[in-house]
Design a protein around this ligand. Structure first.
Ligand SMILES: Cc1cc2nc3c(=O)[nH]c(=O)nc-3n(C[C@H](O)[C@H](O)[C@H](O)COP(=O)(O)OP(=O)(O)OC[C@H]3O[C@@H](n4cnc5c(N)ncnc54)[C@H](O)[C@@H]3O)c2cc1C
Length: 423
């Protein structure tokens, strides 16, 4: 268990359970806690460990043990597989470099089969498309053509025919040993884990889904789902969310708008990271964007900030500073402000390369849903025109789509947003 840290609605776990039944062998769920994952701070480890602890309890009630290995996955997992004389290993799917490197190195050491199941996307990433897609427009018909085949009901996870055991993880001591950077504290407003994720989905459907299409771009409206941290850690299945939303009584335009984000945009991000080796750097943006940004590299920047000034919310503009405060305090920025936030980093940095690195570093450090394809695609869209098209040419941005504070003011009460986050 790696990217999809949940017991229910998990195709990787269901497949492993199915194989265990066929082979008449026990099933053990293993999570390897690496000493560092792309510099994740305490905020992320805390959220993740609480979710894993809940999964461990739930699995134990099905007589399926969850073990936590600690150390480098490439060493610990093969060692463990040998020690228990494992018959097969099943893992979930992530397109990130670090996960792919781990899996390839592990696979090279194994003499038993290693299965990879995409439990994150509704249409498995490699089936949705075998190539890098240009935009939502090009991947949408491919996903829609296969959606019916994959939106099938989830079977129940059958318990193992053994008696439940004592817990095999000492959670408290794991927490104490954690070397994660304590500089970014956990958030209090969002409870981790599968149960909290299901509650979050239910209240979204009951209270916010009707009106989502119009209200989602208003950062003051509390109209979005806040499901992204749960999706990121795999505490909830996107397929399960989609079926619940489809079956809801919300107006069609709202269901459609939400499903476009949840399915098409989210799965497009996995496509981007799967087929673009440079998904997390300026290198990975399209040629037209590189050309136009290069042509405008000499343009005078009216304001210039360093990474450290951005991090401290020390720009001249209260609106941008408020978005940065939202990120630092809550571990998330509203989706509309996230675009604005990244575009201003482009406008106020020395080079587009530097802007790219600053946006990714801040997003990965503070956002609970960071370090994932949506974040890399989001930054690449905002700063590098990925999945977008050329717009009217202007200073600094070249043909990259522009946003400004006046545009925000036309959409929502900017002062209210600033007041909320600058306290
Ligand atoms: C610069 C930038 C950085 C971003 N960083 C991240 C990130 O680190 N992690 C992350 O999950 N998303 C990221 N996004 C995409 C989007 O802003 C978030 O998914 C969304 O704000 C999450 O809040 P929500 O779950 O309440 O959204 P809702 O509006 O309720 O959407 C539901 C789900 O749909 C998906 N979704 C929504 N918008 C997008 C989008 N534009 N692209 C892909 N999927 C989408 C997400 O899985 C989201 O949880 C980023 C966007 C930008 C422009």
């Amino acid at each position: 268990m790696s990217r999809d840290q949940r017991v229910r609605h998990n195709w990787a776990l269901l497949f492993a359970r199915h194989k265990a039944a066929l082979m008449q062998t026990p099933l053990v769920v293993v999570f390897t806690l690496a000493p560092s994952f792309l510099g994740a701070p305490l905020r992320h480890y805390d959220f993740m460990l609480k979710g894993l602890q809940e999964a461990e309890t739930d699995l134990r009630s099905l007589s399926i043990p969850l073990l936590l290995l600690q150390g480098e996955p490439t060493e610990e997992l093969p060692r463990f597989a040998t020690a228990i004389n494992a018959g097969i290993i099943v893992t979930d799917y992530s397109p990130l470099h670090i996960s792919r490197r781990w899996k390839n190195t592990i696979a090279e050491q194994l003499t038993i089969p290693l299965y990879e199941v995409d439990a994150h996307n509704i249409v498995p990433c490699w089936l949705a498309s075998g190539k890098l897609e240009y935009s939502a427009r090009t991947i949408r018909p491919k996903i829609n053509a296969l959606l019916g085949d994959f939106l099938t009901p989830f079977p129940e996870l059958e318990p193992l025919p053994t008696t439940p055991r004592e817990p095999l993880v000492e959670w408290e001591s794991v927490r104490q040993k954690l070397h994660a950077n304590p500089g970014v504290p956990p958030v209090e407003w969002l409870t981790p884990g599968e149960k909290a994720a299901a509650d979050c989905l239910n209240s979204f459907i009951q209270q916010k889904l009707s009106g989502y299409a119009v209200q989602r771009n208003d950062p003051n409206a509390n109209a979005i789902s806040n499901l992204s941290p749960y999706l990121h850690f795999g505490h909830i299945s996107a397929q399960f969310i989609a079926t619940k939303v489809m079956a809801s009584h919300a107006p069609e335009e709202d269901r459609k708008a939400f499903l476009e984000e949840l399915i098409v945009r989210r799965e497009l991000s996995d496509n981007f990271c799967t087929y673009n080796d440079h998904y997390d750097s300026y290198e990975g943006i399209p040629n037209w964007a590189k050309e136009t940004l290069t042509q405008h590299s000499g343009d005078k920047r009216e304001y210039l900030y360093t990474a450290e000034e951005f991090e401290r919310s020390a720009t001249h503009e209260p609106l941008w500073n408020a978005a940065q405060h939202e990120l630092v305090q809550s571990g998330k920025i509203h989706g509309y402000m996230r675009m604005y936030w990244a575009k201003k980093i482009l406008e106020w940095s020395r080079t587009p390369m530097e802007a790219f690195d600053i946006a990714i570093a801040l997003n990965d450090r503070y956002a609970l849903d960071g370090r994932e394809p949506n974040g890399y695609a989001g930054v690449a869209w905002s700063i590098g025109g990925v999945h977008d098209r050329p717009w009217f040419e202007r200073e600094v941005y070249g043909k990259i789509r522009y946003m400004n504070a006046n545009g925000c003011a036309r959409k929502f009460d900017v002062q209210r947003y600033i007041k909320r986050w600058m306290l």
